[in-house]
Design a protein around this ligand. Structure first.
Ligand code: FE2
Length: 254
């Protein structure tokens, strides 16, 4: 996720059939999000069907809800300025592509605007998920995963402690602005930890996000300056494992 105003917007079911006993799986319909994800846009209020425009969802808590781990001012700027800019950038890019389709725009710019869709679209969906992947510390935030997600973390990483160590190292070492992601790889159903640069680069195709941490400087710099690892450590006190567990349950049910 990044800061569209100061960063150039560079760039952003599978079969389980046996050959001897083929079976037809029921049609579950199209993927629920425009970008790899398993939460329907309508559920997170990221798109307005009436106007056909992407919209900025409200934060599910006050700006100061993540104190002392994330400063209220950081949350305010992050949501009201940065996230809002991704929404505006996505709508703008889609409008420009529509103009090109009707011959009113410059067809030579398709590459540029398509890239903008990837960057701003990634930023919009990533942040919309991110706000819900956190909850106030001690009031839904922090603790450890439960249920099937806890079992899957144990299976994929050996233990919760080993997962945490890899999660922190993954997020802290992203080059430049980007994300640390925990996601379900839908073919193998295993959990993966990987890095996403900018809003969309290095994504695993089809991966279904379960947990993500924004490690763009705008997410932590006011309080932590260059100490990203301290921010990642503090983020562990904010993880909304209930929400993440729901994402996991839905990802493996697809
Ligand atoms: Fe961000």
């Amino acid at each position: 996720m990044g800061q569209p105003t100061s960063q150039p917007s560079s760039q952003p079911s599978p079969p389980a059939t046996s050959p001897t006993a083929p079976k037809v799986l029921p049609d579950k319909g199209p993927p629920s999000a425009i970008i790899p994800g398993n939460v329907a846009p309508a559920e997170l209020k990221v798109f307005d069907e009436a106007t056909g425009q992407f919209i900025l969802p409200a934060l599910p808590y006050p700006f100061d809800a993540m104190e002392p781990h994330i400063a209220a001012k950081t949350m305010e700027i992050h949501h009201d300025k940065h996230h809002a800019a991704y929404v505006a950038g996505l709508n703008k890019a889609l409008a420009e592509l529509a103009r090109i389709r009707t011959a009113a725009g410059d067809s030579a710019l398709v590459k540029f605007w398509a890239n903008q869709v990837s960057f701003h679209g990634g930023g919009h969906i990533n942040h919309s998920l991110f706000w819900n992947m956190m909850a106030p510390p001690g009031k839904g935030g922090g603790g450890s995963p439960r249920g099937k997600l806890a079992e899957a973390i144990q299976k994929s990483f050996g233990s919760y402690e080993q997962f945490v160590a890899q999660f922190k190292a993954t997020a802290a070492s992203v080059e430049g602005g980007g994300w640390g992601w925990l996601a379900v790889e839908p073919w193998s159903k295993q959990l993966l930890l990987f890095q996403g640069e900018k809003q969309q680069d290095l994504m695993v195709t089809g991966a279904l996000p379960v947990l993500g941490i924004d490690v763009w400087e705008h997410a932590y710099y006011l309080k932590y300056q260059n100490k990203r690892a301290d921010y990642v450590n503090a983020f562990l006190n904010l993880i909304n494992w209930e929400f993440c567990g729901k994402l996991y349950d839905r990802a493996i049910a697809r």
